[in-house]
Design a protein around this ligand. Structure first.
Ligand code: PMP
Ligand code: GLN
Length: 382
């Protein structure tokens, strides 16, 4: 007899990223859907990982991460955000940013707790809350500028609120938090038991001269936060699945209890290579310019189509409205465009729980110029 199990996530299907990437491959479409570069990563870093393997760094490393890498991360944090982080007690290297978020939530949540999440939001957040028996309290970002309505957020806080998730630069919309947002966050969490889970995987991908408002800049907020990062975004290698979490020593101590019985530790040769490569600041300092140029290159091309851009101040993404083209639902048009004109995108509706149709699609511009050109030529026909 086939045993039956009760689903922990009964309402969850396959993530939209996989759905659209499979469809893109089947139709040989240009994939501007799933957020991943289509160009090679830095060869020097690849060579350093190979060298680390040849040098024998092929066994388990310390469960919290290779210490020289954690030390380099702490130096980088101090350089960027003027905050001293203890690499021994406050940094844990993780198999990617998503895992770091999941582990933070699992560390904190008890059944019945509530966590505030903003929609649209990255699709792992709500399942990671619910699998822990907690409840996601969903608050819409304003449309079309995708900002947090702080008065509404404050009104949704109850004695069961245990967490609030923020993400800047924001996936899927490219909006970013301002200093004023940080003040509001400080005001609503002050004197509460609320933990902030801050997803900062796009920390370097900031455009138009705006500073990244990292939680790491604010020691009082750090006390109550888990902050997640991903090397995949920094070095154009999303398939590496390597990142890290930073928190206060007491929160991190509990995080590590969960981590040690899940992944235990991460890929050793990559950590050895990154421990020195991460010291080269130029690589991450020029990422904002690099992706801003891609955003602008694609936006110029798109100005010859009937799509209308919404602002993107950071991340890999820009949202475009198709209201001049069709009144189809977002998922329907995304599927149709993949099949008919062979350009894949992501419907922003996939980042909401309730049915939503703002007639917008998310385009990933972390692609070669030729891919962006070919995609735009096809979109001009609409
Ligand atoms: N958060 C957001 C908002 C992302 O877009 C991504 C990218 N996939 C991640 C987290 C996780 O990155 P990783 O692949 O390192 O898990
Ligand atoms: N972060 C990427 C995106 O938003 C994809 C992540 C994933 O495929 N899980 O497109």
């Amino acid at each position: 007899m086939q045993p039956q199990i009760q689903s922990k996530l009964p309402n969850v299907g396959t993530t939209i990223f996989t759905v659209m990437s499979v469809l893109a491959a089947e139709n040989k479409a240009i994939n501007l859907g799933q957020g991943m570069p289509d160009y090679p990563m830095n060869e020097e870093l690849v060579a350093m990982v190979c060298q680390a393997m040849k040098d024998g760094y092929n066994q388990y490393v310390h469960m919290n991460g290779y210490m020289p890498l954690r030390e380099t991360i702490a130096e980088k944090v101090e350089f960027l955000y003027q905050t001293k982080i203890n690499p021994d007690t406050q940094i844990t290297v993780t198999p990617g940013g998503t895992y770091a978020l999941y582990t933070a939530l699992t560390t904190v949540l008890q059944p019945g707790d509530e966590v505030i999440v903003f929609e649209p939001g990255y699709d792992s957040y709500i399942p990671s809350i619910e699998v822990n028996g907690a409840k996601a309290v969903r608050i819409p970002l304003t449309f079309p500028d995708y900002k947090i309505d702080w008065a509404l957020t404050k009104s949704r806080i109850t004695e069961r609120t245990r967490g609030i998730m923020i993400n800047s630069p924001h996936n899927p919309t490219g909006s970013v938090l301002s200093r004023e947002d940080i003040e509001q966050l400080r005001a609503i969490t002050k004197d509460t038991q609320i933990i902030i889970v801050s997803d900062e995987v796009y920390e370097h991908l900031m455009f138009d001269g705006k500073p990244h408002q990292s939680i790491l800049r604010y020691p009082d907020l750090m006390e109550r936060s888990f902050v997640s990062f991903s090397f995949g975004k920094v070095y154009h290698c999303t398939g590496w699945k390597l990142g890290y979490s930073i928190s206060s020593p007491s929160l991190m101590k509990e995080f590590r209890k969960i981590h040690q019985f899940n992944a235990f530790c991460c890929d050793t040769p990559k950590q050895v290579a990154l421990a020195s490569f991460l010291k080269q600041k130029d690589h991450y300092l020029q990422l904002g310019d690099f992706f801003q140029k891609k955003r602008d290159f694609f936006r110029n091309l798109m100005s010859q189509t009937r799509f209308e851009p919404l602002p993107s101040y950071g991340s890999y993404f820009q949202v475009y409205s198709y209201k001049n083209i069709s009144d189809e639902a977002e998922k329907d048009i995304a599927i149709r465009l993949t099949k008919e004109i062979r350009v894949a995108t992501i419907p922003v509706a996939a980042f909401y729980t309730d049915e939503t149709n703002n007639q917008v699609l998310r385009f990933c511009f972390a692609k070669t110029e030729s891919a962006l050109e070919t995609a735009a030529e096809r979109l001009m026909k609409l």
